[in-house]
Structures are given as structure tokens and as C-alpha cells.
Ligand binder design. Sequence first.
Ligand SMILES: Nc1ncnc2c1ncn2[C@@H]1O[C@H](COP(=O)(O)OP(=O)(O)O)[C@@H](O)[C@H]1O
Ligand SMILES: [Mg+2]
Length: 369
Amino acid sequence: MAQLALGLMSGTSCDGISAALVRFQRQTLRVLAEHTQPYPLRVSRVLRRAPTLTAPELSMLNMVLGEQFARAAQRVLRAARMRPTRLAVIGSHGHTIYHGPGDAIPSTLQLGEPCVIAERLGVPVVADFRPRDLAAGGCGAPLVPAFDEAFFGKGVTRALQNLGGVGNVTVVGRAIDAVAFDTGPGNCLMDLVVQQMSRGRMRFDAHGHLALRGRIDHRAVERMWRQPYFRQPPPKSTGRELFNEAWLRQMFSTALARAPLDVLATLTYFTAYSIAESYRRFIRHRLHEVIVSGGGAHNRTLMRHLARLLAPVPVHSIERYGIPAQAKEPVAFAFLALQALRHRANHLPHTTGARGARILGSVTPGQPA
Ligand SMILES: Nc1ncnc2c1ncn2[C@@H]1O[C@H](COP(=O)(O)OP(=O)(O)O)[C@@H](O)[C@H]1O
Ligand SMILES: [Mg+2]
């Protein structure tokens, strides 16, 4: 029987809420509508300084985000001319405020109040996926590999590379056990440079056009590649706590202000370089294809670098499989939510480190009493 589910995701880029309406039938899926609702600038600024917010501010942010997620869901439903009552579930990842799996007391916090979403839409919401994995001894991440395994796991060996703020890969195929790790920066460093040089007028390098105007500094590429994270074997994950403005300043010093286009060109190349080299270092399986998703798949300069550095392995956008690039993660969370309602495990414990298979997510009923 076909089931409709809606997925909501807000990633490390703080660019907006990506939503997707999906029809699942057995081993197949169809994206009926999708949209990324950009955050108002003031919201994305608040999200970027989330670690410094006070308790009342965080409490309010949770409700504000809940409303924003609900609105993103309504918008996608409207685009598909569909009533919310047809949905089996909404899977909402929320926005990660803090993720500390390696702390003395491991913890993780995603905001975007599911009760608000359930109240506005009248649909059951599955949210808070990560804490259960953490409670079971896992890292609470990565979670998307369970989706990758379900929909790409029976084919040839492939790498599914997501390019959000951070880059992450899952390698799946019928002959292997899934492997997943963060490759390093995705768009986060490029976004920072573009926002700085345009004084906030531009949020990212649309289609990678700006990067074409700069020169790649290969010595800076070598310098960045020396960062110990890249030598650490998987499983591993990273984020803004490492690849941030301070790191950029350390790597480029005055070039940031003097030649921002060169820095952008270099970072665009480096993102592809760190992915290709990480594959070489850590993926022992022969890859038949690399499928790229996330907003970075729209960056043509980045995609061209990737294709060149990974040749002869073909590099394709996930759009070739009928999934719009930024819809991949919301589609995955729609699926994980459906699995939770079906009482099926919705993570791969050997990629998160959890003690065993669990059903991730808390369920908020949709109907009033
Ligand atoms: N048309 C585009 N051209 C180039 N880059 C883009 C484009 N659209 C989105 N992006 C990049 O993708 C990022 C958002 O990607 P997304 O998959 O939503 O990541 P996250 O999960 O971190 O939010 C933006 O910050 C930007 O860097
Ligand atoms: Mg995003």
C-alpha cells in the first residue's frame, strides 16, 4: 500500500527549511513536491549563534522554529494540492543546536517543537531521532545511511555524497556493509567567504560562478589537507566547531580580505579534493558511481572538480534518480518517520556505534483528543 509522508530538515548551513512530500510504495518512492523555505536573515543569524543563547531565548527559538517548520510543511502540501489528512506522518529532524556525542555526558539537542507542527497540521509527527541512538551508546549520527541502505543498498557499490554545510558520504551496495562518515567541509566555508565579501548581500556562490573568477592556491590546499581530521579513520563526524571562521583565518590570513575570489576558488576545489582523497584513503570498495545530493550539487564548479578528481568513476546529481538535490535529506527523514510508525529499526547501528537496532524518534499524535 502506498503511504504519503512529509519530511522536514534544517541543516548546518542555516539556509532554511527543506521540505519534501513523498509517496512511498514498497521499495520505491516518488517526490510529489519539495521546497526549501529560506530563513529570514535574522533567524539564520540567531541559529548561527545558537550555542551562546540563554535558556529563555532557546525556549522561544524552539517554538519559533516549530512555527517555521509547520509553515514549510503547509507550503509543500499546497504546492501538491494535498490536504494534510492524507499524510501518514511528518518526519521532522529539527535544527541541531548542539551535538556532543563525545562529551563526558553525551548529548544532542534539536529544536523545532513537534507539538506545534502536530497542532498546525493535525498529523502525527516523529521528531527527536538522535537522542535514542545516543542513549543506546551510539553517536546519534549519521542517520541518513538507513535511508541510503533501504533505497540504494541492493544495487552496485555506490557512494552517496551529501553536500550540505558539511560533506558526508554513505557507501552502499549489495555486496558490502554500509560505511558512512563526514568527509569534511561541504558548503560551509565557501558560504562564509561569499557572505563576508558581499557583506551579507549574497548567501552562497550560486551555481559556483564566482569561484570561476578566482585562482586556486594549491599550497593552501596542501595546508588545509594537513588538518588531522582528514587522517582520522571512520567512523568520524565534524562540523562548524572545526571548520569555521577561525580555521579559515588560520589557513588564509590576509588573503581572505585581499583576494576573496581566490580563496573561494581554492575552497571550492578543496571541498572536492578532500572528498576524492578521503575516498582514496578510506573506501576500499570499488565504486561504480557517486551520487551527489544537498545544495552543493547545484554548484557546477564544485561538481566539475569532483568529476575530474574522481574519474573514471561517474559523478551524478541525485536529481537523475528523481530526487531534487536539497530534498534528499527531508525525503530520508520522511522515510525514517514512517519506519518508526511501523515499529521498524530506522538506523544502522554499525554506522552510529549504537549497541543494537533501535526505533529512533518520539511520536507526537496528530489528532486532538
Ligand atoms: N544554486 C546553488 N548554487 C550553489 N550552491 C547552492 C545553491 N543552492 C544551494 N546551495 C548551497 O547549498 C547550501 C544548502 O544546502 P543544504 O543541502 O540545505 O545544506 P544543510 O543541510 O547544511 O542546510 C547553501 O548554503 C549553499 O551553499
Ligand atoms: Mg539546508
